[in-house]
Design a protein around this ligand. Structure first.
Ligand SMILES: [Zn+2]
Length: 75
């Protein structure tokens, strides 16, 4: 197995990019782009203590649930 510590997963490269939404790369598959965007959004929402799926506010006591989509807090 090849060690690829010098080649981080390409997604990780995009997570630090603030302008990902504005990038138009003809070589980037739409599916891949959407997937990365979704994950970037999720991380941003999580860092703001919001639902990682839709950005909604959490409600509830011990078990936090999203007030918008109803999903449990995943982080
Ligand atoms: Zn939600």
């Amino acid at each position: 197995m090849i060690k690829n510590e010098f080649f981080p997963p390409i997604k990780e490269v995009f997570f630090s990019c603030e302008a990902l939404e504005e990038i138009e790369c003809p070589h980037m598959l739409d599916e891949f782009r959407e997937g990365v965007l979704q994950e970037v959004k999720g991380r941003r929402w999580a860092s703001e203590n919001k639902c990682a799926y839709c950005g909604g506010e959490f409600k509830g006591g011990l078990i936090k649930k999203c007030s918008v989509c109803g999903k449990k807090k995943s982080y």
